[in-house]
Design a protein around this ligand. Structure first.
Ligand code: DAH
Length: 337
């Protein structure tokens, strides 16, 4: 035996070990190869033990070759271990990966319901004129829905509201509000003038649904209470709102009318393209009795109020043939807006 043959043998072992480590599919295989190539019965260990049998002049070179082979084998085992660890980490990343760019086909964006769009626009217009938005409950008592608004129970106007009563307490004392006017009362009760509010919300009557009526519909109420308020302020406000909502071409007019909670009272109309007029809502100067019912002195404060249907406004603005389209929930219709 010579250092040359030892070197040749270890080279062959190293080639074999490197190839098999590179192909090792798992940690157990690598551990087995580690024992085979670096353990007690491995070629490097055996060669080292046999060093003493070599010619002394050859011993040093052979020793160096054995150490180099051992180092190379250790490195090959470490590399193989690292290769598997990297692969395992990679597999874990892959399995835990979230694809944040994933899309489920072509997504159609929804849109707000026509009523919501109309209501949002109305609020925007009035807020830009200095009003704030108020709210009230949909279930009301006779006091707020009628009495405080100067509609006592003997009053003929009470019958004209087609009220839906709730079976609670005394008969006909609790109801689904038949208009948004009770929010006027609630606001005046809780707020010292000056008051500039609009109150949009759902309202209910026993009406049968047809092309122009819905039993559950939406109104918006306006209320201003301040010093020195006149009918001119009322008309100016309605005109400014109509222009902001429909555009400059639309004209407005007030027609004398009657509501128990306003004096004088009027109905207001807006002009249609064909020159005819469309009735939009009621309005007037807040009745002194109504102010007094809310603890406001009519000698010091005056006010105007108005109320109209939001659904009808949507019908007009979007030129719908039938108000029921608003509640049929037919996406083919709704999707157009
Ligand atoms: N509340 C009335 C209705 O539903 C509408 C109305 C008329 C409201 C005149 C007002 C008003 O504030 O001043 O028919």
């Amino acid at each position: 035996m010579s250092s040359a043959s030892v070197t040749a043998e270890l080279d062959a072992v190293l080639g074999d070990a490197t190839a098999r480590l590179a192909a090792a599919p798992d940690l157990e295989t690598i551990t087995a190869l580690d024992a085979e190539f670096l353990g007690k019965k491995s070629a490097v260990t055996v060669a080292k033990k046999q060093l003493g049998q070599l010619d002394p002049s050859d011993r040093k070179a052979a020793g160096q070759a054995i150490n180099a082979a051992r180092a190379a084998l250790e490195q090959a085992v470490a590399d193989a271990r690292e290769r598997l660890a990297v692969g395992a980490r990679q597999a874990q990343y892959e399995s835990e990966r979230l694809d944040l760019t994933e899309r489920l086909g072509a997504v159609r964006r929804g849109s707000l319901h026509l009523n919501t769009q109309a209501r949002d626009r109305l609020e925007d217009v009035f807020v830009s004129m200095g009003f704030t938005v108020a709210e009230g409950p949909e279930v009301e008592t006779a006091w707020y829905n009628f009495e405080a608004l100067n509609i006592p129970d003997w009053h003929p106007a009470r019958g004209s509201f087609d009220t839906i009563f709730v079976n609670l307490g005394e008969p006909e004392q609790v109801m689904l509000r038949s208009h948004t006017s009770p929010v006027q009362i609630r606001t005046m009760e809780n707020t010292a003038p000056p008051i500039y509010i609009v109150a949009p919300g759902r309202t209910f009557r026993t009406d049968t649904a047809d092309a122009t009526h819905l039993p559950a519909f939406n109104q918006i109420e306006g209320l201003v209470v301040d010093r020195g308020i006149t009918l001119g302020d009322l008309h100016g406000t309605i005109e400014a709102f109509v222009h902001a909502f429909f555009g400059g071409e639309v004209k407005t007019r007030l027609r004398p009318s009657y509501f128990p909670f306003t004096e004088p009272s009027a109905e207001f109309d807006i002009s249609r393209e064909d020159g005819s007029w469309l009735e939009l809502g009621g309005c007037g100067m807040v009745h002194p009795k109504v102010l007094r019912n809310c603890g406001i002195d009519p000698e010091e404060w005056q006010g105007f109020a108005f109320g109209f249907g939001i659904d009808r406004l949507a019908v007009m603005r979007y030129e719908l043939d039938d108000i029921r389209e608003l509640v049929n929930n037919d996406v083919r219709f709704l999707r157009q807006f």
